[in-house]
Design a protein around this ligand. Sequence first.
Ligand SMILES: Cc1cc2nc3c(=O)[nH]c(=O)nc-3n(C[C@H](O)[C@H](O)[C@H](O)COP(=O)(O)OP(=O)(O)OC[C@H]3O[C@@H](n4cnc5c(N)ncnc54)[C@H](O)[C@@H]3O)c2cc1C
Length: 409
Amino acid sequence: MSSLWLDTTPPFAAGASLPASTEVAILGGGIAGIATALHLAAAGIDVTVLERQSIASRASGRNDGQLLLGLGEHYHRIHGQFGPERAALLWSFLARNHELLRAALQQHGIDCGLRQDGGLRLAETPHEWTELQQAAALLSAEGRAHRLVPVDELERWLPAGRGYHGALHLPGEAIVQPVAMVRGLATAAAAAGAHVVEGADVARIDGDAGDFKLALHDGRTLQAAIVVHCTSTLARGLDPSGLLARAVFPFRGQIIASEPLPAAVRAGFPSYAMSSNFCYEYFRVHGDRFVIGGKRWSVKGEELGILDDQGHHPDITRNLLAYLHEHFPSLRAVQFPHLWTGIMAGTPDGLPLLGALPGRPGTYALLAFNGYGLSFAFLAGRCLAELLVDGRCAEPAVPLFAPRRFAAE
Ligand SMILES: Cc1cc2nc3c(=O)[nH]c(=O)nc-3n(C[C@H](O)[C@H](O)[C@H](O)COP(=O)(O)OP(=O)(O)OC[C@H]3O[C@@H](n4cnc5c(N)ncnc54)[C@H](O)[C@@H]3O)c2cc1C
């Protein structure tokens, strides 16, 4: 089961063969591994990315392509969970991620359908509208760009939408075609000197800092001074400390995409990063297609603990279609021939892991973005590269992501 993005993007063409040794070995060629490799290579470090399948073949190629602010949550809820100071740090980290990412896409001439019309958080209920107003009050107090859209103005903002109770527009959000973006960044990393090796499935890591030996399933080996885990939840067994297995859990998201829409229908959908129901349902247009995911909460078990992205849940598909038919009557006659799933990585506190793995000198991790890695990882990769090269990173949010917060007592 492949995504619309994977089906329509040319393969990564700058792949390298496996060198005998490297300074930094990065496991995983999703957005986390590729962003880290790009920043390390740009700093002149000898870096090799080992990707089991192809670049962006897992979550990074199976998401909704939304560059979000605020961990997808409404801002007052982030305040509630983390406190005002940390909430502000997290928001600013994401805003800075988007700024740097946009600059990199421009610098490297990466054409990935970036649309910067902002995001529209839609209120599914009158209660959610009240919460959006609370979020807006905090954003106003902190001078963060936003606009509340009352229900009587909604038709102007989203002509095709029905049954919402207002919205919050966040001009700093954007949409991209994620596979084109990650493969474009991988090409830039290769041009900067990174070895990006597809079909390199790491089976074992032996040795110690400065002299790790990575064994691939096909018998090849690589010597490395430093190892970085960017494998999401997909290779937790490669961390002998057990921290990744203990602190990171998988969950599955599901998306459907339409056939090309008739022009009159397409005209009802601006190119925002859209969501409703506290971001549980998320949608956007891509070219002349409509793409929507979510409804994980509507089935027993909420798709927690699932590692299989070749299967799907038929009830989720049905529930996504029911959502569409309720909120977008113009889509009632439209077919949705594309269906796919992707595996995300979560942590108990909702924040990613970025930094050294405790008790394992020379071993680092950048993973577990709790469903928002596309929005997080470009700056996070730069922060990790700075930690490796300079031993420190000035981004004030980085201590919040330290893996040692999950170290065994
Ligand atoms: C349905 C869905 C919708 C989403 N929507 C959004 C969104 O709109 N906005 C947003 O910000 N985020 C979104 N996300 C989340 C986002 O896609 C992820 O957080 C992000 O892609 C994670 O990137 P990653 O590099 O950590 O992991 P991945 O992209 O999963 O990459 C990990 C890589 O490691 C490789 N690997 C695993 N084991 C090994 C091994 N032993 N050896 C070598 N390689 C190995 C895998 O093949 C894989 O390519 C969504 C995710 C899903 C599934």
